[in-house]
Design a binder for this molecule. Sequence first.
Ligand SMILES: Cc1cc2nc3c(=O)[nH]c(=O)nc-3n(C[C@H](O)[C@H](O)[C@H](O)COP(=O)(O)OP(=O)(O)OC[C@H]3O[C@@H](n4cnc5c(N)ncnc54)[C@H](O)[C@@H]3O)c2cc1C
Length: 390
Amino acid sequence: MTTSSESAGVIVVGGGAVGLASAWEVARRGRPVLLLERFALGHERGGSAGLERQWRVQYSEERWSRLALATLPLWRSLESVSGRRLVHATGSLWFGRTGVATSEGELRAAASVMERLGVPHDWLTASEIEARFGFAGLPRDYEGFHQADGGVIDVRGTLAALAGLGAAAGVRVREHEHVRAIAPDGTGVSVRTDRGVHRAESVIVNAGAFGGALLQGLGCPVDLHVFRMSSGYFACRGPAVDLPTWYAFVEPDASGANRSFYGFGRNPWTGGDLVRAAPDTEVPVAAADAADPQQPDAGDLARTADWVRAHLPGLVPEVRGAGTCLASLPADPARQFLLGTLSGRIPDGERVVVQAGGWAFKFVPAFGRICADLALDGSSSRHEGTVVLR
Ligand SMILES: Cc1cc2nc3c(=O)[nH]c(=O)nc-3n(C[C@H](O)[C@H](O)[C@H](O)COP(=O)(O)OP(=O)(O)OC[C@H]3O[C@@H](n4cnc5c(N)ncnc54)[C@H](O)[C@@H]3O)c2cc1C
């Protein structure tokens, strides 16, 4: 094995969507960046796997809705400089039983945040949801809202855009280089990989669900709940069938497990007749690496097909394709994300920026900027209230 030793202003650990955004942000501010990715860019094992993510501005907590509203201009700017359309406003439909709270939020709470912020949306009964969007057989007490600016984000387009912009700005990417240890000190940070030891002034850890092991090694464990999610792809019955991005808040089962579902309409950038529907079910994994190789959960796919059969007559209720990937949330359900420096937690911790957990794709351009601020300036005045690492 060849050994190498490079130096940079900032080392970014992880080449998922947030890591690529962080690296580009640092590079465009004129600082040398080295990005280390343990697999190949675009691999399907991490949080940025698959084709699409939900774009929505509704949140049960006002600060996240505000952040989503502030992030949309950043997406538009990324689209403009990369020449790619990344966020498609296919609409966001949330419905189900009010009072059911999941890691997404809760219907009434999200609607009242939108009212406070002046975000337009239509409140709908079960019959209206069925008539407008093609759902069927919904319990009569279901209700919800449609928010027309919501929609879907092109995952692979985003990764390609950020990688291309990063390369043009001078980001050095090293694929298949696994970071084993991070050691900050009074003058910088040493980053040990399976190929050598690199040196930088600061490090940004954008390692997603895999980040726990690295931070444990730093003597600073982060409380991440790591799990696997499965998705199915279903065929539309005819060219007229389409759906907005949707989330159905279904009552938990007797054990309290989340039984909600979500899905997408036709993919605006690839077209085709297959649409994705999935259970919002978390299959825990002991450690991120233990989930490799990954198989979709057969029980989850069967439950999704049953739900499609009962409530989406425009789709053929047979799983035509399936996928699975790792996700992570802060173990504390009161937190949406972990983002901040290790200042005060370990010696020289201000040199280590950490972002992990949460439904973060919609915030990729904002989180990249905040990570770059923290690495270069030690603080971020942007989007106050977002930096919460505890
Ligand atoms: C099924 C699913 C549905 C989701 N739906 C939504 C949604 O609708 N809306 C939304 O906003 N978000 C959603 N998310 C969340 C969102 O996709 C993730 O928050 C986001 O993609 C995470 O990006 P990341 O760059 O932080 O992490 P990742 O994409 O996981 O990237 C981390 C990278 O770090 C690398 N790495 C880890 N450890 C090391 C190491 N030691 N050395 C070198 N490299 C390392 C990994 O290989 C990986 O490439 C969803 C996630 C999943 C899984």
